[in-house]
Design a protein. Structure first.
Length: 72
């Protein structure tokens, strides 16, 4: 599992901003669509069969995010 953040400079060089050993922020959408990466990784680590099917994902899902505070 890795998250890369980078950009391309005006002179076509790749500059890395961050390299992190974690899932990216969009992973909840992938999981909701049926791509349960955390489950599959754990199954692999435990030596179990993953049974990943690529014909059973949900299409046309939209994930919205917002930032908000609650003050009490």
């Amino acid at each position: 599992v890795i998250t890369l953040q980078l950009f391309l400079t005006k002179d076509d060089k790749v500059k890395f901003i961050e390299i992190n050993p974690r899932f990216g922020g969009g992973v909840p959408l992938s999981i909701k669509a049926g791509a349960n990466f955390p489950k599959w990784i754990l199954q692999e680590m435990l030596g179990r069969e993953t049974n990943i099917r690529f014909d059973n994902f949900k299409d046309r899902l939209i994930m919205l995010r917002y930032d908000g505070e609650v003050w009490l």
